[in-house]
Design a protein around this ligand. Structure first.
Ligand SMILES: NC(=O)CC[C@H](N)C(=O)O
Length: 439
């Protein structure tokens, strides 16, 4: 027994030794446009960059956050002090990557840089193949360690999300940039940079046909649809879905980086869809903001947004698996939100509200509207974060399948057929495809 344990420990420590990454010893400085500078050491790519400095309170899932396209252009400060201790897995060649092509949230590291109190040079996890530092190096993403992330976070909370520069190596001894030199990523249409340029399909044999408008979709959103049996067609963010909507059973709008006001073209297309099409529509984060803009709500910039995996939201209405009056713990990554207005636009109602800052966390079409449209500011798909609201994907697809079934039934049989065979919003329905009832 003792011998076996000893062998195991010896094997593990050998693993750790080979996985250890030599730290670079270059100096690095994080400058904020508001005048503060934080000195530390560099890891990852030895280069300097500009970006928008934001903080995340997530305790785990640095690999998922860093590959989430919504972090594009941002210098990501982790409030959790030790980052990197479970390394980085192979992203594209494991069994888990087969359905949507990646294990993490996209092919690349999307954030501009990372800021950590204490980067782990040694790592240990059964899926890990490299350290955080070597991964950052391969993707040309710089990091800084040895800085007081509590002080940086307190500043960002007080003064709001702030433009920054991470200066590495020789650049770190230069004076801080002048205020006008800072690059503001939100002036660019970041969605256009990360969205697919051409449509593509996943799981084409799925029983329910869902179109996804890609504002920078996280892979776990696509995975959550595909693994529930959907055939998914991913479209560029500004594709006019109205041209092909008759081929689909539902429309999904994804998350995405930057200012939603760059996406008014998509909101205009969607307004027409919502007026003329009565099939289910579901949007997450940027997708929710675009639904809100199409409904006539305004999107505004929050002081420091919400980034983390422990954001409590209160459901104000029931729909499917969601019950009014319950609080759900959610994963979030956003800087903008929909403005709460009274009254809400006709045909719409608030769905969720944030328990910390009272911001709008979800909207839905009202019962009287006869539509099935939902948008949520948080991420039901998690990756990382809690799975409290994951069944919203099941709800959405169940509703799409119910509509699909109804469309194939003669009007005279509609009510009875739905009672008898349709899955009802919120019930779990697994493939196979519902059998069409014909006269
Ligand atoms: N995760 C997202 O889709 C974020 C939406 C938008 N870019 C924001 O920051 O509010």
């Amino acid at each position: 027994m003792l011998a076996r344990n000893f062998t195991r420990i010896a094997r593990l420590s050998r693993g750790l030794a080979t996985h250890a990454t030599a730290s670079t010893s270059l100096p690095a400085v994080l400058h904020l446009k508001t005048g503060q500078s934080f000195h530390g050491r560099s890891f990852g790519a030895p280069r300097s960059i500009f970006g928008e400095t934001v903080f995340s309170t997530s305790i785990t899932s640095y690999t998922e956050s860093m590959t989430d396209p919504s972090y594009r252009g941002q210098i990501l400060v982790f409030t959790t002090p030790l980052i990197g201790n479970y390394g980085v897995p192979l992203n594209t060649t494991s069994i888990d990557s087969q359905d949507v092509g990646v294990v993490l949230e996209s092919q690349n590291i999307q954030c501009s840089a990372v800021v950590v109190a204490d980067v782990a040079e040694k790592f240990s996890h059964y899926t890990a193949v490299e350290s955080l530092s070597s991964w950052c190096q391969r993707y040309n993403v710089p990091g800084i360690t040895g800085v007081d992330t509590r002080a940086i976070t307190t500043l960002l909370r007080d003064q709001g999300t702030t433009l920054g520069r991470l200066a590495v190596g020789a650049d770190s001894s230069l004076a801080a940039p002048q205020p006008q030199e800072y690059w503001d990523p939100t002036t660019e249409n970041l969605v256009d940079q990360v969205s697919t340029k051409t449509p593509y399909e996943l799981n084409p044999t799925g029983d329910v046909k869902i179109a996804v408008l890609d504002f920078g979709a996280k892979a776990n959103i696509l995975r959550s649809l595909v693994r529930r049996g959907a055939a998914v067609t991913v479209l560029p963010w500004n594709y006019d879905f109205n041209r092909i909507r008759d081929r689909f059973d539902g429309l999904f709008l994804s998350n995405g980086p930057g200012d939603p006001n760059h996406c008014t073209q998509a909101a205009m297309h969607l307004r027409k869809t919502l007026q003329e099409w009565d099939k289910p529509v579901f949007g997450i984060c940027m997708g929710h903001q675009v639904i809100g803009m199409a409904a006539g709500l305004e999107a505004y910039r929050m002081r420091f947004g919400n980034r983390g995996h422990n954001q409590p939201v209160l459901a104000l209405a029931s729909a499917g698996s969601i019950k009014a009056g319950r609080v759900y713990v959610t994963s979030q990554n956003h800087q903008y939100a929909l403005k709460l207005q009274d009254p809400f636009p006709a045909g719409w109602e608030p769905f969720f509200i944030n328990c910390n800052d009272s911001s709008v966390e979800g909207i839905k079409s009202s019962a009287e509207s006869g539509k099935k449209v939902w948008g949520v500011q948080f991420h039901p798909e998690s990756a990382g974060g809690p799975l409290d609201t994951i069944e919203m994907f099941t709800d959405f697809l169940a509703e799409c399948r119910a509509h699909q079934l109804e469309a194939s039934i003669p009007v005279s049989q509609l009510v009875d057929a739905r009672k008898a065979t349709a899955p009802g919003f919120g019930n779990v329905i697994k493939t196979p495809r519902p059998v069409a009832v014909t006269a």
